[in-house]
Design a protein around this ligand. Structure first.
Ligand code: HEC
Length: 129
């Protein structure tokens, strides 16, 4: 009986975690990326001629970051910037703050899914560190 209850609780908890972070739609994320002008500072890949050179090539970093980290860059950029060796010339935190309306939860999930597809080999997220 005890095992049964534990299993039920575990199932309920994992359900909660799943619903809190519904997987995003990468195709919609691509549209959001354009609409929100992420390309002002970033390039998607080295071959991207339209993107800016003020920040990283997202395809390079996507393979090194977990989905949770990519999400955190979009929800708490100021905290993430503190982990950088030096302050970027064009901080993303200030940019995201200036967005009106701000990024919605759906946009964020879709952007995470899109950024994930930019990694040279789009696959499951790297094991969390
Ligand atoms: C004002 C310039 C600017 C804009 C616009 C911008 N970013 Fe950034 N972003 C940065 C900077 C600076 C960093 C820190 C890494 C670095 O030094 O390039 C960063 C980091 C990131 C990271 C962490 C990956 C990494 O390379 O460390 C992700 C993911 C990201 N941005 C996604 C986005 C998305 C999605 C958008 C559009 C909503 C966006 N950025 C818009 C400047 C910008």
């Amino acid at each position: 009986m005890r095992v049964f209850i534990t299993t039920l609780v575990a199932a309920a908890l994992s359900g909660l975690v799943l619903s809190a972070q519904t997987p995003g739609d990468a195709t919609k994320g691509k549209t959001t990326y354009t609409e929100r002008k992420c390309g002002t500072c970033h390039r998607t890949t080295d071959a991207d001629q339209t993107g800016g050179k003020l920040a990283t090539v997202l395809g390079d970093t996507a393979g090194k970051l977990s989905d949770a980290d990519i999400r955190k860059w979009l929800t708490e950029p100021a905290a993430m910037e503190k982990s950088l060796p030096k302050k970027p010339p064009m901080p993303m935190s200030a940019y995201l703050k200036s967005l009106n309306p701000p990024l919605s939860q759906t946009e964020i999930s879709n952007l995470v899914a899109y950024v994930r597809t930019l990694a040279p080999k789009a696959g499951p997220e790297p094991a969390s560190r």
